[in-house]
Design a binder for this molecule. Structure first.
Ligand code: F6R
Length: 250
């Protein structure tokens, strides 16, 4: 595992955009694993800026998002499909049929999970997977558990995640209780993983995930097993971790 530290949020977004842009230029038809939440927004803005100034062509990439709320259709403003459209897809040249997100309204969510995993496989697997980290160590919606789920699956959100995500809804009652998410196994299959973390509030969980025991009680700890996982953190988020893992010069 490699730790890269930037002074602030803008710095990690710039570095993440460089890593993504390098991958896309090296392999224009690469498969990107994408995330929602607050953390990747600045990265997406950087990718949009690079597309708009003509230095980045995204027309051949395929994208797969980590997760989607159950019960929300793609035109619901709190769905992750909507989030991705507004924060990235509406502003760049990825053909819509090359952007993939699990359906939150599939009649049979288990079947939808199997379809999603098969689609990822048929595209050759994910080349670079972007992740954020929840305050309880979740990645995607892999919540603390007694086992690491392998493939995409239906999951119940913990109360702490529902509470954290209620900031985007009118009230906590409106936050869906279930989601479809890629599994820890699906995430580990990505050739490269890039986890972004920003702010003091992530310092403790980031340190515990990357230096504590590998356990499904702290889902992000599974990233310790990946051979090309990069942790990109600002100084506040890295403040505890960098005492144990020396930051890389890149
Ligand atoms: C979203 C996702 C979540 C978030 C996590 C952190 O697709 O997979 O695991 O990455 O909840 O969210 P933020 O970035 O809002 O702190």
């Amino acid at each position: 595992m490699k730790l890269i530290v930037a002074p602030d949020y803008a710095g990690i977004c710039e570095k993440a955009a460089n890593i993504f842009a390098d991958e896309i230029r090296r392999n224009p038809a690469c498969v990107l694993g994408l995330a929602t939440g607050s953390t990747p927004v600045g990265l997406y803005q950087q990718l949009i800026r690079r597309y708009q100034d003509g230095t980045l062509d995204l027309s051949h990439v395929q994208t797969f998002n980590l997760d989607e709320y159950c019960g929300l259709a793609g035109d619901h403003p709190q769905s992750y499909r909507w989030f991705m459209q507004k924060n990235l897809f509406d502003h760049v040249n990825i053909p819509p049929q090359q952007t993939h997100i699990p359906s939150g309204i599939a009649d049979d969510p288990e079947e939808e999970c199997r379809r999603y995993d098969a689609l990822i496989e048929s595209c050759g697997g994910i080349d670079i997977q972007l992740l954020g980290i929840g305050h309880n160590g979740h990645i995607g919606f892999n919540e603390p558990d007694d086992h690491f789920p392998v493939g995409s699956h239906l999951t119940r959100l913990t109360d702490s995640t529902i509470q954290a995500n209620s900031r985007f809804f009118a009230s906590e009652d409106e936050v869906p209780t279930h989601a479809i998410t890629m599994g820890a196994g699906s995430i580990l299959k990505a050739k490269k993983i890039l986890l972004m973390a920003s702010g003091q509030g992530k310092a403790e969980i980031l340190c515990r995930s990357m230096t504590g025991p590998v356990t499904p009680a702290v889902p992000a700890s599974v990233l310790q097993l990946h051979r090309d996982a990069v942790i990109l953190a600002d100084e506040a988020a890295a403040s505890l971790l960098c005492r144990i893992i020396p930051p890389s010069e890149e």
